[in-house]
Design a protein around this ligand. Structure first.
Ligand SMILES: NC(=O)C1=CN([C@@H]2O[C@H](COP(=O)(O)OP(=O)(O)OC[C@H]3O[C@@H](n4cnc5c(N)ncnc54)[C@H](OP(=O)(O)O)[C@@H]3O)[C@@H](O)[C@H]2O)C=CC1
Ligand SMILES: O=C(O)[C@@H]1CCC=N1
Length: 273
């Protein structure tokens, strides 16, 4: 039996892009639909579709419930306001699992009046069970709370637990936001193909399938990324010519480092709001 069966009622507050990605992952991994309720003042198409597909309870009926796990998936900018409305939902037995970027365990605990808080950072491949999450448990989190949070996050993919909460800002910058960097690389590679005279739809097909194929190969072959890169690189060939540009001192590595620093700083800023 999946660990998800043992968690009991889960309330997802914020049925947006990431909330729905997680909810789909949980339901696909065996969370009983009767144990999941959605709270979102204006549920979008994806939320309504999910609710319809699985017969989920949405909004008003949900608010009378004190769930075993309250998952907070609203934007960091409004989380303080949203927490003010959630006091009646927090029972003695309620664990809070936040996925909000930057928002500290201390402010979550203060806002909700409970120390049973896990702060986490998943990413959107959660929707197909291929995500990765970082997580930190607050000081009042018991072993069984941590197991429940781990089961929810593990349904979405891999989970890495950290002792230091500050590490989650770096996790956010690397893997939380990371899928967007890869999608942007597909856009950039397609644009480069178009600049070389390929039709737009063909350039996009080539770029997209190249990233899909490379990711699938990396999943199937445990060799380090550097070895997989070397396997593409014939001596003095075309890839070597391109990598001379990408791996130059002003190439992809310093660019990504700047991008990750910017994301980390933004995560820290969001936490100060
Ligand atoms: N997107 C991602 O890849 C990731 C996001 N996160 C975190 O997840 C959280 C949500 O991000 P994301 O899904 O991208 O954002 P979205 O805007 O897509 O989702 C937030 C949802 O919360 C809803 N909402 C607004 N007010 C309330 C309320 N009072 N009660 C309940 N729900 C409310 C919004 O509705 P409406 O649109 O009508 O305002 C929206 O549906 C953020 O904290 C973000 O940091 C974490 C990891 C990855
Ligand atoms: O862009 C954001 O702020 C959120 C957090 C990580 C991914 N999306």
């Amino acid at each position: 039996m999946s660990r998800l069966h043992e968690i009991g009622p889960v309330m997802l507050v914020g049925a947006g892009k990431m909330g729905i990605a997680l909810a789909r992952g949980w339901l696909d991994a065996g969370l009983p639909p009767g144990n999941l309720v959605l709270v979102d003042p204006v549920p979008g198409d994806a939320a309504r579709e999910l609710a319809e597909d699985f017969g989920l309870v949405i909004n008003s009926e949900a608010l009378g419930l004190q769930p075993n796990v309250l998952v907070l998936a609203v934007k960091p900018q409004i989380i303080a306001e949203v927490m003010k409305t959630l006091a009646p939902v927090i029972g003695n037995h309620t664990l809070v699992l936040s996925i909000a970027a930057g928002v500290s365990i201390a402010s979550l605990s203060e806002g909700l009046g409970t120390g049973r808080v896990v702060r986490s950072m998943p990413n959107t491949p959660a929707q197909i069970g291929k995500g990765i999450s970082g997580a930190v448990a607050g000081p009042d989190v018991a072993r069984q709370d941590r197991d429940a949070a781990d089961a929810l996050l593990a349904a979405a993919g891999q989970v890495v637990w950290f002792d230091a909460e500050g590490d989650l800002d770096a996790v956010t910058a690397v893997s939380g936001s990371g899928p967007a960097y890869v999608f942007n690389m597909v856009e950039a590679l397609a644009a480069a193909g178009i600049a070389q005279g390929l039709p737009e739809h063909v350039a996009m097909q080539l770029a997209r399938q190249t990233v899909i194929g490379a990711a699938a190969l990396m999943e199937a072959d445990p060799a380090p990324a550097s070895v997989l890169r070397q396997n593409v690189t014939s001596p003095n060939g075309t890839t070597a010519a391109a990598l001379d540009v990408l791996m130059a001192s002003d190439g992809l590595t310093p660019l990504l480092e700047r991008a990750v620093v910017a994301a980390r700083q933004r995560s820290e800023e969001l936490g100060r709001n």
